[in-house]
Write a protein that binds this ligand. Structure first.
Ligand SMILES: *Cc1c(COP(=O)(O)O)cnc(C)c1O
Length: 411
């Protein structure tokens, strides 16, 4: 049995900010990870929604290998043709007119927040710099994105919170309207909250936000770092709502495992971002651009997103059956596409541990949720396998509960 106790490795030279499991992997193949001890694990965590097309996808491997033999890095002092191409493809397939590449999700959000402030400054209103965000949000770990996320446990001990963020209750339209002041620049929201517990923002709320932004001259920023690039069954989750944002932050799945992110925007929203206004040494580097283009080759191939929607529907149906069979374990199945959350009736950590014992990986989230984030390439066989493992994990937790009850009665 795997030791899932989260004690830091006593001899580790790594900063102990992660409570790591005692589990390491050597190789991956599609939806499978092979541990250093040779055991196979079904990966329904995808490195937290990152390995969108699975591990060691031959097309991505070939793209990275070919690029690695030609050129790794030049900086943004020069043209990067593959970056031009990737930006063009993102523009052609979204609301956006222009793209800035980053190395991470938090940096994509930093760009988005700066862009919104600069937009108002360029419009003659530098006093409009505040961003409205939502309770339960997660936008990253830099000082500004922590302030945007507003989670006290992540802010504690790091000095004064970065100014300019006003947090309101999740999907509370009246609270949002009340929070708007003459200093407000933007509203920032995850269309589907990931870390917060796979909470889907209702379509009418997203439409309401668009309407509020239009009425008050605010920019609407979507954080699609987790829910974008096919995860929701659409290329970007906003497509479900029938409205478009002004700015969108992407990362995680967009690099398929290569560290990269992107900030997408309309020309209007980006009008303040002129030469020198922002930058990054590594952002849009040739290795990242080669892999990013390869990810889009797969995700935008005809039929791929339809496949995601279809397999997600099957998965959710089978999960609903499991919930009916194990009502004392699973309270609710939620999410869109392959961004799935199981709201647990027992502590979510018990479920993730029980799944590891079944050699299946999932990721915890807020609101006592277990996230199931398989690579988007899974098929019916993998779904059946996953369901069998989750079923067994539930049965084991039930058996333990029964034992504990007997013990209590016997005592
Ligand atoms: C992961 C995540 C981020 C931060 O991305 P990093 O690459 O870790 O900086 C921001 N927003 C959302 C919605 C995320 O899920």
């Amino acid at each position: 049995m795997v030791d899932t106790s989260s004690a830091a490795h006593p001899s580790s030279a790594l900063l102990p900010v992660f409570a790591r499991m005692d589990l390491a992997f050597e190789r991956g193949e599609g939806a499978w990870l092979i541990s250093t001890t040779g055991e196979r694990y079904l990966d329904f965590g995808s490195g937290i929604a990152v390995n969108a097309v699975g591990h060691a996808h031959p097309h991505l491997v070939a793209a990275l290998q070919a690029q690695s033999e030609k050129l790794w890095h030049t900086s943004n002092l020069y043209q990067i043709p593959d970056g031009e191409r990737l930006a063009r493809r993102l523009v052609e397939n979204t609301f956006a007119d222009t793209v800035f590449f980053t190395n991470s999700g938090a940096e994509a959000l930093e760009c988005a927040i700066k862009m919104a402030r600069k937009y108002h400054a360029a419009s003659g209103h530098p006093e409009r710099y505040r961003t409205i965000t939502f309770e339960g949000a997660f936008h990253g770990r830099t000082l500004a994105t922590l302030a945007a996320g507003g989670q006290q446990k992540y802010l504690d001990g790091f000095g004064p919170k970065v100014e300019g963020f006003d947090q309101v209750a999740f999907a509370d339209h009246d609270a949002i309207e009340k929070a708007i002041t003459p200093e407000t620049a933007a509203i920032l929201i995850e269309p589907i909250q990931g870390e917060g517990g796979v909470r889907v923002v209702p379509t009418q709320c997203l439409r309401g936000l668009r309407e509020l932004c239009d009425r008050h001259g605010l920019l609407l920023i979507f954080d699609e770092v987790q829910c974008g690039v096919g995860r929701s069954g659409k290329f970007f989750a906003y497509e479900r709502s029938g409205i478009v944002p002004d700015i969108l932050a992407s990362a995680k799945g967009i690099g398929g495992g290569f560290p990269m992110g992107a900030c997408l925007a309309t020309f209007e929203a980006a009008k303040g971002m002129t030469a020198g206004a922002h930058g990054s040494t590594f952002g849009g580097n040739p290795l990242a651009m080669a892999v990013g283009n390869a990810v889009l080759d797969v995700v935008l191939a005809p039929g791929f997103l339809e496949h995601v929607e279809k397999i997600a529907l099957l998965f959710k149906q089978r999960l609903a059956e499991l919930k009916d069979r194990h009502p004392r374990i699973i309270a609710e199945v939620r999410g869109e596409g392959l961004l799935v959350g199981l709201k647990m009736a027992v502590p979510n950590t018990e479920m993730t541990k029980a799944l590891v014992n079944e050699h299946m990986l999932a990721v915890g989230a807020g609101d006592n949720v277990v996230r199931l984030l398989p690579p988007l390439i899974i098929d019916e066989t993998i779904v059946a396998d996953a369901i069998a493992r989750i079923d067994r994990a539930c049965s084991h937790i039930e058996a333990d509960m029964g034992l504990n009850q007997k013990k209590a009665v016997g005592a």
